[in-house]
Design a protein around this ligand. Structure first.
Ligand code: GUN
Length: 282
């Protein structure tokens, strides 16, 4: 029997744990979100991040900008948020408008407020298997899901498809730190099927609808789908041809309801962890 991994239930567990830990605090963790793009999905993501903060009683402030925003305006805002003791986490929703320099903005965030774990200091710590101030939310959520289902990673052949800084690369790093044997495949990879066929675990993060077909998956492999695309009908689908692959896989995540809810839960956890870090008594 194939197990459909329930990301919603696992995310709820993380959230309820956080609710317990934070309900009696005098001061609440606080998240600042910057939205400076025209992307409809970003708007939906940011709204759910805001909703989840509200639900937990965390403070959240969303800074929304139209395309007239200048790099200098964002730089000034990041400096202000870095200096503001009432802000624990700073999240810059990516991508930014094309005329803005994303990397410059990310590097200006105080690494101890970098709730996404995108700052080079946090990326570097992750690469050295040292403890980053925050770990990127989607990769952290994927590892939590696998652990929740007692999936052993040691020595497993894992293929991660997609090499983004947000998902693919940090996921490959986290899995390496967990002692998996990791292949990072991408758009220039030759004969993807040859690689996926040998994988114990497939993690796909490309945004290409139904890229992973049943004949690319080894019997009883574990399949984690990070992709999300909207079909013309409006239906949301992942990178994985779910209906067919579920007959081959031993565990599989659905879209929606798989990795997505874990990303937001881990964002809340990171916000709380940064709050604790910043409120530690010397
Ligand atoms: N854009 C897509 N995913 C993410 C994410 O996890 N964090 C940020 N900041 N932007 C994103």
């Amino acid at each position: 029997m194939t197990v459909i991994i329930d990301g919603k239930a696992c995310a709820k567990k993380v959230i309820e744990e956080l609710r317990k830990k934070t309900k009696n605090l005098d001061k609440k963790p606080s998240l600042a979100v910057i939205l400076a793009n025209n992307d409809p999905s970003s708007r939906i993501y940011v709204a759910s991040k805001e909703r989840q903060c509200l639900d937990l009683g965390f403070n959240s402030c969303v800074y929304r900008f139209d395309e007239n925003i200048k790099q200098q305006d964002l730089i000034k805002l990041i400096h202000e948020l870095n200096e503001n003791d009432d802000v624990n986490g700073i999240l810059v929703q990516l991508p930014l408008y094309k005329h803005l320099n994303e990397q410059e903005i990310i590097e200006l965030i105080n690494p101890k407020k970098d709730v996404d774990g995108f700052h080079p200091i946090n990326v570097g710590k992750l690469n050295c298997n040292l403890e980053p101030w925050a770990i990127c939310c989607t990769p952290k959520g994927i590892i939590k899901l696998l652990k929740e289902y007692n999936i052993n990673l040691v020595g497993k052949n894992v293929v991660v498809i997609g090499r983004s800084n947000i998902v693919g690369k940090p996921t490959a790093t986290l899995l390496t730190n967990e002692n998996a044997t990791v292949t990072l495949a991408h758009s220039k990879t030759k004969d993807l099927k040859e690689i996926t066929k040998n994988a114990d675990i497939i993690i796909s993060a490309t945004g290409k609808a139904k890229l992973i077909k049943a004949n690319m998956v080894k019997k009883d492999a574990i399949v984690i789908d990070v992709g999300i695309s909207k079909q013309i009908s409006g239906k949301l689908v992942g990178d994985v041809d779910f209906e067919n692959v579920k007959n081959v896989a031993s565990y599989i995540t659905p879209v929606p309801g798989g990795v997505g809810p874990m990303t937001i839960a881990c964002l809340m956890e990171n916000t709380y962890e940064l709050f604790k870090l910043q409120n530690q008594k010397a």
